[in-house]
Design a protein. Structure first.
Lengths: 338, 338
C-alpha cells in the first residue's frame, strides 16, 4: 500500500467539526476530584444541576475558549493551515466569547448561533479542574452544543476541504452522530480524508462497536492516546493495540504522555516520536494541539516522522500554560524548534 | 498628630465598593492602541458600539473577573483579611462568572443582580489590551455596573466595617457618586476609616474639584499613582504633589511603577518602599493589589513601612501573570517574602 496523501487544490485544508465549548479552568487539589466523584483525566458529561454544584464549589476560575476539535482548528490556523470549524453556540456571553476567539484565531466559523427557545440551554461550558500534577479533569455541560444536527452541518463544505477532522465526543449526541455519518459519506465521495479523534477512554467505552466500525471503514487518520486505543481493542498491551489499528486505518497517531508518541501506517511504517521538554502547567488541549501539529505537517507534504515531531513541539506549547488554545505563534515556534 | 489607627471590634475588616467587571484580556501590539485611538495605560469608558468594534478587532482573549475595588477585596481575602464587596452585575453568563469568582475568593458579595429590563445592559466588561511592555490599556463597557444607586448600597454595612475602600472610577456615575457620599457620611459617624483610590489620571481630570474636596475632608487613606497625584494637584513635580497630599489626609500611598512607592503620613513620616522584583507579564491589577497589601498590614497593626513592604510583595505577584486576581495564596507568599 502506498502512503496516503491528502488531495490537493482545495479551498480549505482542514474542516473541523466538534462541540463549541468555553472552558472554565481552576486549580484544585486531588481531594476536590474525590469529593465530587470525578475520575482524574476524564471528561464527564454533566447535567446542568450537577454543573452548578461543581461550579459553586470550584475556586476562582478563568474562562477561555475550548472544545477539542475547535482547539485543533485554532492550532492549525496558528500553524498557517487554512481551517474551518463547525459547532453550535447560543447567543449569550459565552457564545460571543467562543465565536470571537475562534475567528480571532483565523478560523472560518460556521457555528450556528441558536436563538429563541433553542438557545435556552446556553453555550456549552466545560468545568476543568487542573490538579497539581497538571492533569485536567473535565465536566462538560453541553448546552446547545449537544443539539448539533444535520441542519447545522453544511455538507457542501466537505468537498472543499482536503481533510475533515471529527471528535469522538460528538458520538454522545445522537443527532450529531447522524450528521457526521453524512459527512463521512460525502468525504468518501469527494476524496476528502477523514481524521478522527477517539477523544476519551470513557467515550470509547460508550461507543466501542461504532468506533471500531468507523475506524475500520471510514477513518484515514486516527488520533488516540494509549488509554483510548487500548480501550478500543480491549487489550492491556499498547503494542498489541498498535498492531491492531495498523490494519484498520492508513495512519494512526498514538500518544503516550511523557513516553512520547507512536505513528503507525498501514504500509508497515512505525515512528517513535519523543516528547519535547516543557514546563508542565496544564495538560488541557495537549491532544488537540498534537493533532493540529501532525495535520499541519502532513497536509504540507511532510513525512510522517516530521509531522510527528511538529506535533510534539506544538503539544509542548499547549501543556506549558493554562488553557488549550495556543498562546504563541505556532508557525514561528515550529520554525525555531524543528 | 498621632498616627491614625483603624477601629477594632468590627465584624468586617474592609468593605470595598466599586464596579463589578469581568476583564477580557488579550495581547496586542502598540499599533493596535493607535489604530483604536487608545491612550496607553489609561481606562476609557466605552459605549457598547465602540466596545463591539474593539472586541471584534482584538485577538483571542481570556476572561477573568476584575474591577478595581473587587480585585482589592479578593487580594484582602487571600491575605486573611475579612472583606466584603458591593457592586452590580446582571443575571447573565459574565454576572455568574463575577459572582462565582469573588465568592470563591472568600469575599462576602453584596452585589445586586439586576434582572428583567434593568439587566439589558448586561454585566460590565473591560477590554484590556496588554502590550509587549506589559502595560495594560482598558476599555470599559459599564453595563449594569454603571447603574449602581443608593438602593444597591446597604449603608448598614458601613458601621460593621473598620475600613471602607472606594474606587474613584465610581465618580463617572452620578447615582453611584451620591451613594458613596452617603457611605462617607456614615463612615464619619461610625468612625469607619475611608480609603480611596484615584483610579486613573483621566478620571482625576474629569473630577478634580470633587476629588480635591473628598481627599481634603473625607479620605483617611489615599491610594494614587504618580500620574494621578500630580494630576490632582496640577503639578509636574512628584515631591510637590506628595507634600500637598500630606496636609490633606492621614495616610497617602503613592506608587511610582518601577521606582517603588512612597508612603506619607500627615504626622510627617515618609517611607520610600522599593519594588519587589518580578517577571513583568501584565500590570493589570497592580495598583489594586498594592492597596490590598497595604491595608492588610495596616488593619493588622503593622507600621506604615511594613504595610508598604507587604504592598510591594503583593503587587509583584499581580504583575507576574495575566489578569488582576491573585493566582497564589498571598498569605503564604507574604509570610515567605517579608
Amino acid at each position: 500500500m502506498t502512503a496516503l496523501l491528502p488531495p490537493s487544490n482545495r479551498a480549505l485544508d482542514v474542516l473541523c467539526i466538534g462541540n463549541a465549548i468555553v472552558d472554565v479552568l481552576a486549580h484544585t487539589d486531588d481531594s476536590f476530584l474525590d469529593d465530587h466523584a470525578m475520575v482524574k483525566g476524564s471528561m464527564q458529561i454533566t447535567d446542568p444541576d450537577r454543573a452548578r454544584t461543581i461550579y459553586a464549589a470550584m475556586p476562582s476560575a478563568v474562562e477561555m475558549s475550548g472544545g477539542s476539535a475547535a482547539n485543533t482548528a485554532a492550532g492549525l490556523a496558528s500553524l498557517g493551515i487554512s481551517a474551518a470549524f463547525i459547532g453550535k453556540v447560543a447567543e449569550d456571553d459565552l457564545g460571543d466569547v467562543f465565536a470571537h476567539d475562534i475567528r480571532a484565531a483565523g478560523v472560518a466559523f460556521h457555528g450556528f448561533a441558536a436563538s429563541g427557545t433553542d438557545a435556552a440551554a446556553g453555550t456549552a461550558r466545560c468545568l476543568i479542574c487542573v490538579t497539581p500534577d497538571a492533569q485536567r479533569t473535565m465536566n462538560t455541560s453541553l448546552g446547545v452544543a449537544g443539539q448539533l444536527t444535520s441542519e447545522d452541518v453544511d455538507l457542501a463544505l466537505v468537498p472543499t476541504a482536503r481533510v475533515v477532522y471529527l471528535e469522538g465526543y460528538l458520538w454522545d449526541e445522537p443527532a450529531a452522530k447522524s450528521a457526521l455519518r453524512n459527512v463521512m459519506g460525502w468525504a468518501a465521495e469527494a476524496g476528502t480524508r477523514v481524521a478522527f479523534s477517539l477523544s476519551d477512554g470513557f467515550c470509547v467505552d460508550r461507543h466501542r462497536s461504532e468506533f471500531l466500525e468507523i475506524v475500520e471503514h471510514h477513518v484515514d487518520i486516527l488520533f488516540a492516546n494509549e488509554d483510548e486505543i487500548c480501550s478500543l481493542y480491549e487489550v492491556s498491551d499498547f503494542d498489541e493495540a498498535a498492531r491492531r489499528v495498523a490494519g484498520h486505518c492508513a495512519i494512526a497517531c498514538l500518544t503516550r504522555g511523557e513516553a512520547g508518541s507512536v505513528i503507525i501506517s498501514s504500509s508497515g511504517e512505525r515512528f517513535d516520536i519523543p516528547v519535547v521538554a516543557a514546563d508542565l502547567v496544564d495538560t488541557t488541549g495537549a491532544g488537540d494541539l498534537y493533532a493540529a501539529g501532525f495535520l499541519s505537517g502532513w497536509v504540507s507534504g511532510a513525512d510522517l516522522e516530521t509531522s510527528g515531531r511538529i506535533a510534539s513541539i506544538v503539544a509542548a506549547e499547549a501543556i506549558s500554560h493554562m488553557g488549550a488554545r495556543p498562546q504563541t505563534n505556532l508557525t514561528t515556534l515550529v520554525k525555531g524548534a524543528l
